[in-house]
Design a protein around this ligand. Structure first.
Ligand code: XMP
Length: 321
């Protein structure tokens, strides 16, 4: 599939919205569609486009996969209530942790998450509701990185030759597939989404599982969730494109309260970027680095080491896994 990019500088958000609303309503006709919100800007934009096109014919879900950040499901439901959209929270934590059990390889983890989303969780939703389409917020960068083999982004199917209708029993509509994150933000603002959404840092589809090196068990996810909350809070004034905490598998000799502790390590990343294609680390002031290390090692039992990634993308990627 040859996708023609619409660069953010050339994007007319009002025209784009009009066009996409028409496309969605032409495709779905008088049927209905499903959208899965994650709280990020891409799925938020797609949900509002779908709502404008289909009204109550759009059913919005938040899939609680157990891998999301603190207090995420309730926060998302609250924002969309203001737009007259009811978000149903679907508890799928068991299914995701069962699928991730014992998996260490990054691409296998991504595949397990893709299959759990599309097959285990969505397929029955479609079967039981008679709905034929899933609206999703895949953007151009997701497609490019997947096709180039850098990383299998969880939401790329058709561009890999997977026919969702055949594989899962429903069609997929991707209104944002010609634009990148900077373009999505322009559209989000034009749709009236709050600044907290359109300026929000990106968060990957595989969620915190992309930030745990090795097995994404409930315990390890809980630990990286705590570290993420600390990092996002402490770095909120840095104006980064994205910042994150990563849990490593290696153990390190440390000491807490005068005693040896063979503990865990958290890596902090904080990126400057425009569209996620390339990125450079933000050079954090030493005092802030010091504070981060203190907050993480004192706030999270078992963590004795905090590092900061100084590598640009490429050769690094932004997420660890
Ligand atoms: P990487 O790690 O590939 O990330 O440099 C580039 C941007 O994409 C986000 N990301 C994802 N987004 N599904 C998504 O929707 C995914 O599987 C995925 N993996 C990475 C990442 O957070 C960054 O903003």
């Amino acid at each position: 599939m040859n996708l023609i990019e619409i660069p953010a500088a050339k994007l007319n958000p009002k025209e784009f919205i009009k066009e996409k609303v028409k496309e969605i309503s032409d495709t779905v006709g008088d049927g209905s569609a499903i959208t899965a919100l994650s709280g990020g800007v891409d799925s938020s934009v797609v949900t509002l486009l779908g709502h404008r096109a289909l009204g109550d014919g759009l059913k919005a879900y938040f899939i609680d996969n157990g891998l999301m950040r603190q207090d995420e499901p309730e926060g998302v439901a609250r924002i969309f209530r203001k737009f007259g959209i009811h978000v149903e929270i679907l508890d799928a934590r068991e299914a995701f942790f069962a699928a991730l059990k014992g998996i260490h390889d990054p691409e296998e983890k991504r595949e397990a998450i893709t299959q759990t989303f599309y097959k285990t969780v969505f397929s029955p939703l479609f079967k039981n509701s008679g709905t034929r389409y899933l609206l999703q917020g895949t953007i151009l960068t997701d497609v490019e990185e997947t096709v180039a083999g850098v990383k299998r982004q969880h939401n790329v199917l058709q561009q890999l030759g997977i026919d969702p209708q055949q594989a899962f029993g429903y069609g997929v509509i991707e209104p944002l597939v010609q634009i990148r994150k900077d373009g999505v933000r322009k559209v989000a603002k034009a749709l009236g989404l709050p600044e907290s959404v359109y300026k929000r840092m990106p968060f990957p589809g595989p969620a915190l599982a992309a930030r745990v090196v090795g097995e994404a068990s409930p315990e390890r996810i809980a630990l990286v969730r705590k570290a993420t909350a600390i990092v996002e809070r402490e770095l909120q004034n840095v104006k980064a494109f994205q910042c994150m905490a990563i849990l490593h598998e290696d153990r390190f000799a440390g000491m807490k309260e005068g005693k040896r502790e063979f503990g865990m390590q958290i890596e902090v990343r904080c990126w400057k970027s425009v569209d996620a294609r390339t990125a450079t680390p933000a050079w954090l002031p030493p005092r802030l680095q010091e504070k981060l290390a203190r907050r993480i090692t004192t706030g999270i039992p078992g963590v004795v080491s905090v590092t900061y990634n100084i590598t640009p993308k490429p050769p690094s990627t932004m997420e660890a896994v």
